[in-house]
Ligand binder design. Structure first.
Ligand code: PLP
Length: 422
């Protein structure tokens, strides 16, 4: 084994959900013969209409004179100009903005964008001060856990819980009595809609967070990987929020292009330049082929249309199946609470006073052939002990209707048994 630096050791650790995926892959491998209901995947499904869109855009690119220029040459780190222009034009029209090409950066997937931001704005300053990366509402995207070269910079805040006990539903809200954004804050990040919970922070909540950060010129990264206009995986009304210190971050992954690694950030020109230079050093630029087909799909409006007409209803229906199955099958007297399904491709289940850990519950589910992700991996940056962290489960909406239904029926039975045994 090579000797590793502190950063080397840290970066070679599997973090968050990737660590559990290893266990899941091994379970799937060992399951030969047994039917498994795998509701753990974060990988979006291939929807035929979406695949066709990308095929058509590819055919158009292949037939154009642009082809050689796109794939046979390096380009600018800021991104492929036709894609940048298409996004600026689309957002100006759609949201009444006034952005130019200087306000847009294309990154190699949005994951790398969070890596650039976390380390450009978070970590130690030249004076040795630690600038924090603040996650205002925990749980949130597990991928934020691995992006900081200085993990001590990551700080997450416990939410408050809005509980509708008779309906067995709940919703997280930012706890503004605790949330602290000061001159020690480097940047703020949250996903909206949220992976893993499907939560959508309200416009008021977003404005409030942005207003707390504004006096310190702290960038607020709004991870819009599931937001409108594409992939438009919001099941509740929501409008993106823009503002001087807001970096509006998007991804084409849930709009059918995860393999091409395309992230987009819209924001203040100076902040964009910082991130662009970071990207030059890390990987020069994102795939130009992916950018060129994305430019076509956005310019024509086809991507936003297909997101609304195909992608959103597809996953919304999955959530309906999950919700109605749980409502029918879960014992009424158990303290189970499903997070309001406001978007994304997951459901989030809280089993209050669960008489075992989420990891043990995950093992119990495996015994009946159901795989979901234990919730404790989705609290990056939240150091304090909180029993709630070990009482949740993320259930993917990427299964078939039948898989989701059977999976939830079995889960209800397992839940009944483990509470009874206690
Ligand atoms: N942000 C959120 C909330 C996600 O769920 C994901 C992927 O699952 C990402 C960011 C990273 O996506 P990508 O790097 O493919 O753009």
């Amino acid at each position: 084994k090579p000797a590793l630096t502190k950063i080397g050791a840290q970066m070679s650790n599997l973090t968050g959900v990737r660590a559990i995926m290893k266990d899941i892959v091994e379970t799937l491998r060992a399951s030969a013969g047994q039917e498994l209901y795998n509701l753990s995947a974060g990988n979006p499904l291939i929807l035929p209409e979406v695949e066709q869109l990308w095929r058509d855009c590819t055919a158009d690119l292949l037939a154009s004179e642009e082809y050689g220029e796109v794939v046979c040459r390096y380009g600018s780190s800021q991104g492929y100009a036709p894609l940048i222009n298409a996004i600026a034009k689309d957002f100006n029209q759609r949201y009444g903005l006034n952005i130019t090409d200087r306000n847009v950066l294309i990154t190699a997937g949005s994951q790398s964008l969070y890596f650039y931001a976390a380390n450009a704005f978070g970590g130690y300053t030249v004076d040795g001060d630690l600038k924090q990366i603040v996650l205002p509402l925990s749980p949130d995207y597990t991928g934020y856990g691995g992006v900081c070269l200085f993990p001590e910079a990551l700080v997450a805040y416990k939410p408050t819980l809005d509980i509708d006990a008779p309906a067995h539903r709940f919703k997280y809200r930012p706890d503004f009595t605790q949330l602290s954004i000061t001159e020690q804050t480097g940047c703020v990040i949250f996903s909206r809609p949220c992976n893993p919970t499907g939560n959508v922070l309200t416009n008021d909540e977003v404005h409030k967070i942005a207003a707390l950060a504004a006096p310190y010129n702290v960038p607020v990264l709004i991870d819009s990987a599931y937001a409108p206009p594409f992939p438009a995986l919001n099941f509740t009304e929501m409008t993106p929020v823009f503002g001087e210190n807001i970096l509006h971050c998007m991804s084409l992954s849930k709009a059918g292009l995860p393999g091409e690694r395309i992230g987009v950030v819209i924001g203040d020109e100076q902040q964009i330049q910082v991130l662009e230079s970071f990207q030059t050093n890390v990987g020069i630029h994102s795939s130009r082929y992916g950018q060129a087909i994305a430019a076509r799909a956005i310019e024509s409006g086809a991507l936003a249309n297909i997101a609304e007409a195909v992608i959103r209803p597809f996953y919304q229906k999955k959530f309906d199946v999950l919700e109605s199955t749980l409502d029918a099958a879960m014992p009424k007297d158990l303290p189970w609470f499903l997070h309001r399904g406001e978007g994304a491709i997951f459901a989030w289940l809280w089993l209050q006073d669960l008489p075992m850990t989420d990891w043990e519950f995950y093992q119990e589910l495996k015994k009946v052939g159901v795989i979901a992700v234990p919730g404790s991996t989705f609290f990056p940056g939240l150091q304090e002990e909180w029993e709630h962290k070990h009482q949740c489960l993320r259930i993917s909406l990427t299964g078939s209707d039948q898989e989701i239904e059977t999976g939830m029926l079995r889960l209800a039975k397992v839940a009944e048994q483990v509470y009874q045994r206690a």
